[in-house]
Design a binder for this molecule. Structure first.
Ligand code: LRH
Ligand code: MN
Ligand code: MN
Length: 406
């Protein structure tokens, strides 16, 4: 590598005691799953702007996702959402994905769009509705078997809007009962990733409002149930990296849904507003990755990094490219933390020294490093530019308007 910027970067990092070969190895193994629903026409409750060229079905969503992987080398799997991505033959969808160099990732059941679920799905007072919801969960386990998916991500819109509207403790028991039935249907390699959200669409109480409730449920279900941290699902000021460190230490962090949190749930580009938070999340993960406890390291190795964004005004494929590049960027910066330096400062009880050792890593421009890696992997140095200069965006215009929404 003769690029001057990279030579300088290499010198600078070696002088700090950073093993760049190791950094490159870790960077090269980063995988970020993209969501099928991030490619289709989607939006907010106010308006969905229909875009020409939007994918019309699950097969076309995978074609768009393949572009993101082709240019970034980061996204070989795509999460699906059922029934948004319902197809007659999941084997055919799987072959289509594989033909594009992709695999089908997490299966996401949808328990929030049927009339019957207005007052809850797995927490509904009506046993017939809970049965219907459980059947859908079981259907998703079967789909996961066909698609070869390991993970089933569970997010529930369940909750109440007013005090007294529901019996909170009964709802808790019903949810546990339905999920325990689902748990029994899992194959040994499958995982249930349980997502929590502090509010919305219910505004008085959410049945799984925070990581503690999701963790408690996972504990009760068994070792194949883990917690999924959606970065958009916290109250302002929540220290997400603390939650991450805690869950890894308890060996129950299953994965992430990345997006940008401007209020609570939203679907804006991850890293666009608070990249330092993302960096600090990765810093905690990397700290845990050095743990002497093999089980903690095993948890770290199995974290599923996923994007959960439904872009409204953005161009879908470029927005997804931007998102995964932002994640890669912050991960690269976190890899530059000198952990020995932090430990020494902690030992000296040097508060500012420790903070400085962490923050300094964030201040490096990692562009030369990422470009070097992309060059080594035969990828475009600037994936966004490469996409915008490609004809793919134009070629999908034959699809016309009226694509698949969510
Ligand atoms: C709603 C939500 C949730 C799910 C996704 C499909 O909050 O964003 O995070 O994972 O829809
Ligand atoms: Mn989510
Ligand atoms: Mn969400």
């Amino acid at each position: 590598m003769t690029d001057r910027a990279y030579v300088l970067f290499e010198e600078q990092q070696r002088a700090r005691g950073i093993d760049l070969e190791q950094v490159k190895k870790q960077l090269s193994s980063l995988r970020i799953e993209t969501p099928s629903w991030g490619y289709g026409d989607s939006g907010t409750r106010f308006k969905v702007f229909r875009k020409a060229g939007a994918p019309r079905n699950a097969f076309e969503k995978f074609e768009d996702a393949a572009q993101v992987h082709k240019l970034t080398g980061l996204c070989p799997s795509v999460a699906i959402h059922i029934p948004w991505d319902h197809v007659e033959d999941y084997g055919a969808l799987r072959s289509h994905a594989e033909g594009l160099g992709l695999t089908i990732g997490a299966v996401n059941p949808n328990l929030f769009q049927e009339e019957e679920y207005m007052l809850g799905s797995v927490t509904n007072t009506d046993a017939a509705v809970r049965r219907k919801a459980t059947e859908h969960l079981l259907e998703c386990v079967d789909i996961a078997k066909e698609t070869g998916s390991r993970d089933i991500s569970l997010w529930f819109a369940d909750g109440t809007n007013y005090p007294g509207q529901g019996d909170i403790r009964k709802r808790k028991a019903w949810m546990h009962e339905c999920l325990a039935e689902m748990y029994k249907a899992l194959t040994p390699r499958m995982r249930m990733l349980i997502e929590y959200k502090c509010f919305e669409p219910a505004f008085y109480h959410t049945d799984l409002a925070d990581w503690g409730m999701a963790y408690n449920l996972a504990l009760k279900l068994g070792p194949q149930a883990e917690v999924l941290v959606d970065t958009g699902h916290h109250l302002q000021g929540a220290n997400i990296e603390h939650i991450v460190a805690y869950l890894i230490d308890e060996k129950r962090l299953g994965g992430f849904h990345f997006n940008a949190r401007k209020y609570a749930d939203d679907d804006l580009v991850v890293g666009s507003m608070n990249p330092y938070e993302l960096f600090l999340i990765f810093y905690q993960i990397l700290c845990a990755g050095q743990d002497t406890d093999e089980a903690v390291r095993g948890t770290v190795d199995n974290i599923a990094y996923m994007i959960d964004q439904s872009h409204n005004i953005e161009m879908k494929i470029p927005a997804m490219i931007r998102s995964v590049l932002n994640v890669q960027n912050q991960y690269a910066k976190a890899l530059l933390v000198n952990h020995a330096e932090v430990a020494e400062a902690q030992e000296r009880r040097d508060v500012l020294g420790a903070e400085d050792a962490v923050r300094r890593a964030h201040e490096f421009d990692v562009t030369p490093l990422l470009q070097a890696i992309r060059e080594e992997q035969g990828l475009p140095a600037d994936p966004m530019k490469a996409y915008l200069e490609s004809d793919y965006g134009k070629s999908v215009m034959t699809r016309g308007k009226g694509g698949a929404g969510w």
